[in-house]
Write a protein that binds this ligand. Structure first.
Ligand SMILES: Nc1ncnc2c1ncn2[C@@H]1O[C@H](COP(=O)(O)OP(=O)(O)OP(=O)(O)O)[C@@H](O)[C@H]1O
Length: 985
């Protein structure tokens, strides 16, 4: 903004939040400005001789003044941006508390001022004065800034019983819809917006809005506002004519007068007033939740703006693109202490909410057209008088770009030239080496030829041929022994042979024979090396003894398990009800069967554990792991050498083959690759292996010749390169395949475990049924005529309906039987009506029914302990539940922040500063089984305290273990008789 247009009003003070140049729209984070206003005691309060509970001790602190009889309570103080005592004027509240925020709207920043507080605390009284003062200042600013053109529009709405009504068009009687606009956010459809011609007109329109608002009489306020009122001014401003600036400011300024939070008991509300009160409290609760969530950071999860129309409309003002000021109004009366403290808690949290206000600018079409016309005129003038020095920026840029491209092209050319030069140099070098080798061979032949001529001219052609057959080619791989001593030898060859020219013919013959012999040896050596290599490859293919044995064991175990697994299939879900008929005939037999099933399942789990161990062993025996182990625990040299050469030493175990044949195993393909690699091996490579072996093998393929240069294969770089690359590749392939197998077996084992868990549950259900039947038989009840069972078997009964009914029964039985609230929470959060939950719901309902009967039979009597069995009685359950609540109360400290705790105290109406408030809160959880919301919220709190989340760290299969004693690892193995074992909580 130019200095010319800078506001001369105190609004200039708010530059800290402004993007003060029209060119930028910087976002600035800023906390909500929170002030508190304490009104004087009103006539009603005075007449009731109500005491003053609050005092503003300075301009930022308000404290609670406990009555003399409450000496023990430490005075509590709250600090805010500003606090205003009973004697303060609304003008002061405006000037010191909200003016800066309100006038931001004049410079394109959205602003919202709202009043929050209990009914009759002075919200309307304060907001009227604030609006009046703001209007005055807005028009003062307009007067002070004649260079800018301002447009002010006004709209007014109220949210009454969750309906949005247009206060400037009340006759329409419409409930206005809220629409989502991608740019503007929530928009109220068809809301009338009037343009204010001047300040008087604006005041008049505001007056209309206030007059149309729903007001009613309550015990606390003769003119109680029964709706939330939002008066919105939209302020646009742009620089007047002759300005180059095309951008204009636009912002909205909201004055929000909320309906007061109220207690029906205090307002004596009934009928329509009570209904209004409910809506008011509900939307204020959403506002409180939004503020609470925003106060712990915007990333604290979902912010429920959409839960009420109020928060939806005010979304920008709550943590969004706006500056916001909240005035919290308080009654000083002791009788309103609780409500006042709730207001202060709200204010405390609101202080932590951060907004991201930015300057909102728009380009007016009129201004834009004007600007473009000017620009066109300037360009036309430029074209008429071309001036090279006045080139446009884009031309300069294009030129720079062209220059850069040219430069890069030149660099590429230079690089190409250098590359060609290097290639020709390399070519030249290669050619020279070949020439040198040819000279060397020619010399050699010349000497032989001369010698043979000396010896026997008639035989010479054959001899020459033979000599050339091994010394001729330039390749170094077939150089004869004398020639193979290296470059040095090769270079001096000519001189040596010249010196030998006088050697006797038989010496020469001997030389030739020796070379022939060496050639033969070379062939043999190559063959031997190949054999060793093939053996090694074969050994690798077969795997090592340990792994093979493990795999054999593993397979035997899996086979055994498969056999065991088929047995419990008799107890499938569909069969659960079936035993009823036979049970009534022969209960004993069924019970024995169940008992044996228990041990079968136990056996199955043991088997599973064995398999798991075997898998772990197998994983350990894999080459990479083995190598890691060897590195960790070095073995004696001979052993480690064996491992190194044969990491998967020979074994004829068929098991590995079985494993390899497993459909998910890639090892079969790995094997094919292996074989094809050997079969298709390039003969050239054979040569390389043999020659290099010839050059350096001694340990594994010793030769007779000491001076033959044949040494150990180990440590020969070329050998390692050619064979160990393949070995590593093979090991890797085997390892991958084995790991793949292990993974598939693990998945299989997990699946089996899940089946075991399910069987266990089914067994529990069966046991419950048996007990029920036993009890019914004892009572002479005819099982066949049991309607409940026939209903259970009726496939037409909708599961969802049944689920809801049964879950409600369960919740009520939990309450009656004083069941652990952690257990309730887990169960409640886990089983939400999925058809697969049927069995769990069934079991829970049956065991609770049994428990209920059991408690009823016991009455107040303390049951005698049966051996080691824990005694279950209602009183023991109550005691256990009490301990659990105490435990959870302690967890409130560690699991929740102070703010979260305070929010809960407020929500659950626990005095914020009361004694034992943590326990008080926990004692309020899970106490109303008929209130679904209460149950849900109780479960959420307990879940948070014990640290489990839905779909997270608890699973249905795990859940069943909660029926068992913590010390009991295999609940099904105990047998059904002491049912209290798994009913114990
Ligand atoms: N600071 C104050 N000084 C003097 N009187 C006040 C002050 N605040 C409020 N009052 C008086 O208290 C009464 C209730 O105030 P008001 O209607 O503004 O409360 P409210 O919070 O808007 O109530 P509701 O939520 O029920 O609408 C009014 O008669 C008002 O004049």
């Amino acid at each position: 903004m130019s200095s010319k247009s800078a506001p001369s009003t105190p609004a200039s003070k708010i530059e800290r939040t402004l993007a003060s140049t029209p060119g930028g729209s910087k976002v600035k984070e800023e906390k909500i400005v929170v002030t508190v206003r304490l009104r004087p005691l009103n006539k009603r309060e005075q007449s009731l001789k109500d005491q003053v509970a609050w005092e503003c001790i300075d301009d930022q602190t308000i404290i609670y003044k406990p009555p003399p009889q409450e000496r023990s309570v430490v005075p509590t103080s709250y600090t805010f941006d500003k606090v205003f005592g009973p004697a303060s004027l609304t003008k002061n509240v405006y000037e010191e508390g909200v003016k800066n925020v309100a006038l931001s709207a004049l410079m394109g920043i959205n602003a919202t001022i709202f009043a929050y507080g209990q009914t009759s605390s002075g919200k309307t009284y304060t907001m009227r004065g604030i609006t009046e003062n703001a209007v005055n200042d807005i028009y003062k600013h307009i007067l002070d800034n004649p260079d800018r053109d301002f447009t002010i529009k006004i709209s007014g709405l109220e949210i009454y019983n969750e309906n949005v009504r247009d206060l400037l068009n009340i006759d329409s009687g419409r409930n206005l819809k809220l629409l989502d606009d991608p740019e503007k956010g929530t928009v109220v459809e068809k809301l009338v917006e009037e343009t204010a011609n001047n300040d008087q007109h604006l005041r008049q329109l505001i007056g209309i809005c206030e007059a149309q608002r729903q007001v009613g009489e309550t015990a606390l306020n003769d003119t109680s506002s029964r709706s939330h009122q939002i008066i919105r001014l939209t302020i646009k401003s742009s620089l007047r004519e002759n300005s180059d600036c095309v951008r204009s400011f636009v912002a909205s300024l909201n004055f929000v007068d909320l309906a007061g939070s109220e207690r029906a008991v205090q307002t004596h509300a009934d009928g329509a007033r009570l209904r209004e009160g409910c809506h008011i409290n509900l939307s204020l609760m959403t506002l409180t939740t939004v503020i609470r969530k925003l106060s712990v950071g915007k990333r604290s999860g979902h912010i429920p703006y959409r839960d009420s129309k109020l928060t939806r409309i005010l979304q920008h003002s709550l943590g969004g693109n706006a500056r916001t000021a909240i005035i919290c109004t308080l009654s000083p009366a002791m009788s309103h202490f609780e409500q006042s403290r709730n207001t202060l808690s709200f204010a405390t949290r609101a202080k932590e909410v951060t907004n991201n206000a930015q300057v909102n600018m728009f380009v007016s079409e009129k201004q834009l057209v004007k600007h473009l016309q000017k620009e066109v005129a300037r360009l036309e003038a430029e074209l008429r008088t071309p001036d090279p020095s006045a080139r446009s920026d884009s031309e300069v840029l294009a030129r720079e770009k062209d220059l850069k491209i040219q430069q890069m092209e030149m660099e590429i050319e230079e690089l190409k030239r250098q590359r060609d030069l290097a290639q020709s140099q390399a070519e030249e070098l290669r050619r020279k080496i070949q020439e040198e080798q040819l000279v060397c061979i020619a010399n050699c032949c010349f000497v032989f030829f001369n010698r043979l001529q000396d010896f026997n001219p008639l035989e010479s052609p054959n001899r020459v041929k033979k000599c050339l057959s091994f010394s001729g080619p330039p390749s170094p791989k077939v150089e004869c022994k004398d020639l193979a001593r290296g470059d040095r030898t090769r270079n001096t060859m000519g001189r040596q042979t010249m010196r030998q020219s006088s050697t006797a013919p038989f010496t020469l013959m001997h030389e030739i024979r020796k070379i022939e012999q060496l050639q033969e040896q070379l062939g043999e050596e190559a063959n031997r090396a190949l054999e060793v290599l093939q053996k090694e490859v074969a050994c690798h293919r077969l795997g090592n003894q340990d792994a093979a044995e493990t795999i054999a064991k593993l397979q035997a175990e899996i086979r055994e398990m498969c056999a065991v697994r088929s047995e419990p299939k008799e107890v499938e879900v569909g069969d659960v009800i079936a035993p009823h008929r036979s049970i009534s005939a022969n209960l004993k037999e069924e019970i024995t069967k169940l008992h044996s099933q228990g041990s079968t399942i136990a056996g199955l789990e043991e088997q599973l554990e064995n398999v798991q161990k075997s898998i772990d062993k197998l994983v350990l025996s894999l080459p990479s792991n083995q190598q890691a182990i060897n590195e960790k625990n070095p073995k004696p040299k001979s052993q480690s050498k064996k491992k190194k050469i044969l990491p998967l030493a020979s074994s004829n175990s068929p098991n590995i083959q079985n494993l390899i044949r497993s459909p998910c195993s890639p090892i079969s393909s790995a094997r094919q690759v292996l074989e094809s690699e050997l079969e298709n091996k390039d003969p050239e490579n054979d040569d390389i292996v043999s020659v290099e072996n010839f050059q350096g093998s001694e340990k594994d393929t010793p030769t007779k010749s000491e001076d033959g240069g044949i040494s150990s294969r180990e440590g020969t770089p070329c050998f390692q390169r050619s064979s160990s690359v393949n070995m590593r590749k093979m090991q890797k392939m085997f390892q991958n395949a084995a790991e793949e197998n292990v993974r598939s077996i693990r998945a299989y084992v997990t699946e089996l475990k899940e089946r075991v868990a399910k069987l266990q549950y089914q067994k529990q259900l069966l046991v419950c049924q048996v007990l029920e039947l036993e009890a019914n038989e004892a009572a002479g009840y005819d099982i066949e005529s049991d309607e409940n069972i026939s209903e259970l078997q009726d496939p037409l009964v909708s599961w969802q309906v049944t689920f809801r009914e049964q879950r409600q029964q369960i919740i009520e039985l939990w309450d009656i039987c004083q069941v652990s609230i952690i257990h309730r929470t887990q169960f409640y959060l886990l089983f939400k009506g999925d058809p697969a939950d049927q069995i769990y719901i069934e079991v829970e309902l049956r065991r609770l029914t049994w428990l209920h009967q059991h408690f009823a039979e016991l009455g107040n009597a303390s049951p005698a302990p049966q051996g080691d069995e824990p005694v279950v009685s209602l009183s023991s359950s109550i005691r256990a539940l009490k301990r659990e609540r105490e435990f959870l109360a302690k967890r409130l400290i560690t699991r929740l922040s102070a703010e979260e705790r305070d929010a809960l105290y407020i929500k659950w109406e626990v005095p914020l500063f009361g004694k034992h408030r943590k326990l008080q809160l926990i004692n309020k959880l899970w106490v109303d089984p008929r209130d679904a919301k209460h149950v849900q919220e109780s479960a959420e709190i307990v879940a948070k305290l014990v640290g489990f989340c839905e779909g997270g760290n608890i699973s249905k299969e795990m859940f069943e273990l909660n029926f068992a004693l913590p010390s009991d690892k295999r609940p099904w193995a105990i047998g059904w008789n002491p049912i209290s074992n798994f009913l114990n909580l």
